[in-house]
Design a protein around this ligand. Structure first.
Ligand code: G3H
Ligand code: ZN
Length: 288
């Protein structure tokens, strides 16, 4: 099976983005992977520290292996928003394909130092590393009742991005361009700062750029961001909303039903619906 880098390069050349879809439960994985198989799309499964603590690092790797083999599909596993070298080392040792060190809340120097340490360890094992410069608001699952406003000082500064990429030698860079984790109650977030993305891209050249907080991002902005040079887009909140909403409804509508394989398929279908829309938007269908 070709490595994640091969598909990221393909995305860069052909002008599409690969979706990272987060999970913490097998029914979600069934929905995500089932749709990717149907659409013949390369795909990244993501687990944060919290998600992988619940699911298990080795368990996630074993599941990826089984699904890759069964469907002969490029399925990659990313440890998302790792906060320490130690945790990322565990994920690398378990067999993750990619890791993301999120040092965005640290002073730049410290972020660079730890990212370098991660890169040194990961690259020896053929694992791809994502770093982050600039800060994103809050966590996935947050529903904003008022308009979200990103602080100007949190946006990625092109010069810092260039320095970070040069010194750390990361493979991917997550940027802060008006994106945030969670979603506005309306379901549509404020527009991205595409001017900032253009400026970062102009400085950093061929490094793969990542858009976090993909839930609720206006679709035209996503399309434009891919044209400018985003190769990976992370989605979590929309999946969680679909999954939990459907599960809650299924159980409430049928209080007598206690058989998981009877009340879980609806939740799985709702995940498939989200993944279907995102793969369509990102243009990754048929790219295997
Ligand atoms: O790392 C995961 C994400 O950036 C997902 O963001 O929950 O807003 O979709 P989201
Ligand atoms: Zn994120």
């Amino acid at each position: 099976m070709k490595k994640a880098r091969y598909y990221l390069e393909k995305a860069q050349k052909e002008g599409f983005a690969i979706g990272q879809f987060n999970f913490s439960d097998f029914t979600q994985v069934k929905g995500i992977v089932g749709k990717a198989v149907e659409l013949k799309s390369p795909i990244i499964l993501g687990t944060s520290e919290g998600e992988s603590n619940f699911f298990g690092l080795e368990e996630a790797v074993a599941l990826r292996d089984v699904l890759r083999k069964k469907f002969n599909l490029p399925i990659f596993l990313n440890l998302d928003h790792g906060k320490s070298f130690e945790y990322l080392k565990q994920a690398i040792d378990a067999g993750y394909d990619m890791v993301h060190f999120d040092g965005s809340k640290l002073p730049l120097e410290e972020n660079i130092e730890i990212t370098k340490q991660v890169v040194k360890y990961a690259h020896k094992k053929g694992v791809t590393v994502e770093g982050e410069v600039g800060r994103l608001g809050t966590d996935s699952s947050t529903i904003y009742l008022e308009k979200f406003e990103i602080k100007e000082e949190y946006l990625t500064k092109p010069d810092e991005a260039l320095r970070f990429v040069k010194e750390t030698k990361v493979d991917l860079l997550a940027v802060s361009i008006g994106n945030f984790h969670g979603i506005e109650a309306s379901g549509i977030d404020p527009n991205l700062r595409l001017d900032v993305l253009r400026a970062v891209k102009a400085k950093t050249g061929n490094i793969f750029l990542v858009l976090h907080g993909g839930s609720g991002t206006p679709e035209d902005d996503i399309k434009e961001a891919i044209k400018i040079g985003i190769e990976k887009i992370n989605i979590n909140t929309e999946l969680r909303l679909a999954f939990s909403g459907n599960l809650r409804r299924a159980l409430n509508n049928n209080p007598e039903e206690i058989t998981p394989y009877k009340f879980l398929p609806d939740a799985q279908k709702s995940v498939e619906g989200v993944v279907n829309r995102k793969i369509g938007l990102f243009g990754s269908a048929g790219r295997v």
